[in-house]
Structure formats: structure tokens, C-alpha cells
Design a protein around this ligand. Structure first.
Ligand SMILES: Cc1cc2nc3c(=O)[nH]c(=O)nc-3n(C[C@H](O)[C@H](O)[C@H](O)COP(=O)(O)O)c2cc1C
Length: 189
């Protein structure tokens, strides 16, 4: 049976952020990516996620903040490490921070709302790949840093689900080894 969508999902691979380059998605393509992110299963129709976009000079400005924070946390940071932090968001033309924004709800546990934000991340990857871009879902240290959370105006209930790096790719990534599927399946009897 030939099913283009399942073939596409079965061949999907992330592209490492350092291998992404310009151009990034156009306004129209970005709109498709964000609408795809927004179209995920969502118990209670809460929409427990939001997106922060990093493009153009904003990536550089944010990188400077990351570098300052990195130095504060790592007194012995080398010049090369600081430079890497400064350029972190410049690895791709577009970075989307997916923020998990759960609310107190009488019927929908926080866990389900967090999963829904994860689904938004995956839809960003799928839509980006479908449009011919490479993308990678990363958290790295700054997803868990209080100072960075403050700079992104996260509330105390919010967490970073991921920073999704998106850009063009020169070369398709090779397949990677995967966990054994059979060891992860049991049939309940
Ligand atoms: C929530 C989440 C956070 C991740 N954070 C990182 C990370 O910080 N650094 C990293 O190298 N990979 C991270 N990854 C893994 C990559 O996104 C990606 O899955 C991996 O490179 C394998 O690629 P694949 O999508 O082709 O299977 C993360 C994945 C998830 C789901």
C-alpha cells in the first residue's frame, strides 16, 4: 500500500541545528507552520501553549543575553564557550520557543496539557519538514534557566517545551539507530 503521509513520517529525521542555514520560512510558510502547531489534540479546548518567534536581529540580541547568563553561571567559561552562546540562536534563521502554558482546570490535568504542548512541537517539526526545511527540537540548558524564563516573560506555571530550530538544509541527514520497537510493545491479554 502506498501512503505518502505515513512514508513521510517513517522517513522523518531531525537536522542538527548547526547544519541549518538561510533562507528560513517565508511569512506564508511560517503561518502554515504555526497553524499546524496550533492544530493538535487539546482536551478541553484550552490551547495550553504559546509561541515566541526569534528571527533576524532578535536572535543576536537574545544570544547576548544567553552569553551573559552563561558567564554568570560558569565563572571559568572560556572565550570559545561564550562566543558559542552568543551565536546559539544564529544557528538557524528561525527559532520557535514553544511554551507550555497549563491552567488550573477542574477536568483536564496539567499532565495532559503539557502533552498537548509537546504535540505542538512535533507538528512544527512535521510542517517544517513537509515544507522542505530541516528542523530540530532542542531544550539545552537555557530551557531550564530561571533568568531566561524571566526574559521570555514566562509565568510561574509555564515551562519551555522546546526551542525548535528551523532552516534550509544542504544535505539530508543519515538515518540514526533507533530504540527497539519490539521491546516496547506488549499485547494486553
Ligand atoms: C523535548 C526534547 C528535547 C530535546 N533536547 C535536545 C537537546 O537539548 N540536545 C540534543 O542534542 N537533542 C535534543 N533532543 C533530541 C533531538 O530533537 C532529536 O530528536 C534527535 O536529534 C534525534 O533526531 P530524530 O528526530 O531524527 O530522531 C530533544 C528532543 C526532545 C523531544
Amino acid at each position: 500500500m502506498n501512503n505518502t503521509i505515513s512514508d513521510f513520517i517513517l522517513a522523518r529525521r531531525s537536522v542538527t541545528a548547526k547544519d541549518l542555514c538561510a533562507p528560513g520560512p517565508s511569512e506564508e510558510q511560517l503561518d502554515i507552520i504555526l497553524r499546524s502547531a496550533h492544530r493538535v489534540p487539546d482536551h478541553g479546548k484550552i490551547g495550553p501553549w504559546r509561541f515566541v518567534l526569534f528571527q533576524d536581529d532578535a536572535r543576536d540580541r537574545f544570544g547576548k543575553k544567553l552569553a551573559r547568563r552563561f558567564v554568570k553561571k560558569n565563572e571559568n567559561a572560556t572565550e570559545a564557550q561564550i562566543e558559542f552562546e552568543r551565536h546559539r540562536f544564529l544557528r538557524a534563521p528561525l527559532v520557535i520557543a514553544v511554551v507550555s502554558s497549563p491552567i488550573d482546570h477542574p477536568k483536564v490535568p496539567e499532565w495532559e496539557q503539557v502533552l498537548s504542548a509537546g504535540a505542538a512541537c512535533q507538528n512544527i517539526l512535521l510542517a517544517s519538514h513537509a515544507l522542505g526545511f530541516g528542523a530540530q527540537w532542542l531544550t539545552e540548558w537555557y530551557a531550564f534557566d530561571k533568568y531566561v524564563a524571566k526574559k521570555l516573560k514566562l509565568t510561574s506555571a509555564e515551562k519551555i517545551a522546546g526551542f525548535i530550530y528551523i532552516g534550509s538544509v544542504d544535505k539530508k541527514p543519515d538515518e540514526r539507530t533507533r530504540p527497539d520497537l519490539n521491546q516496547r510493545i506488549t499485547v494486553y491479554r
